[in-house]
Design a protein around this ligand. Structure first.
Ligand code: DQA
Length: 142
């Protein structure tokens, strides 16, 4: 089972970016935890961080994977293009957020991704990714 994890814009700055909201772990540390859990669950995980919308579309369209875990970051609230790419490839996708987007500014409550995702995990800090990986494992094993 191959799972692709996409981290969207500005998530390369985790660890120094608004740590009160996003925590102090760096992206590298989070990716390590994802990779350790992946090994434990028998999932081959590839993680990638991309700042540009077009690059995210290319990776969604062209990569080889069975399921997608995506934190589209700010594009969550703006990108019909990412929403359409996920719908087009027709593979299970889980939307992830470190913060609880429903508890923050009004403009963060709208997700264009939610309607094409199997589900959304939001508000558990870096654990959101680990919960998503466990969810994916259960989904694909069914
Ligand atoms: C985020 C929430 C988004 O609203 C924000 O733009 C991000 C990160 C999160 O993981 O909590 O960059 O996706």
């Amino acid at each position: 089972m191959k799972v692709l994890v996409i981290h969207g814009p500005n998530l390369n700055l985790l660890g120094i970016r608004e740590t009160g909201i996003y925590g102090t772990k760096t992206l590298e540390e989070i990716n390590n935890e994802i990779s350790i859990l992946g090994t434990e669950l028998g999932i081959s995980v590839r993680t990638i961080q991309l700042n540009s919308e077009g690059d995210i579309l290319d990776v969604i369209q062209k990569s080889d994977y069975d399921a997608l875990i995506i934190n589209p970051a700010a594009y969550t609230h703006t990108s019909i293009a990412i929403r359409d790419a996920i719908a087009a490839v027709n593979k299970p996708a889980i939307e992830v957020h470190l913060s609880n987007i429903h508890k923050r500014e009004e403009y963060r409550k709208k997700s264009y991704i939610a309607e094409v995702a199997v589900g959304q995990i939001s508000g558990f800090g870096h654990e959101s990714y680990l919960l998503a990986l466990r969810a994916v494992k259960n989904l694909i094993s069914k």
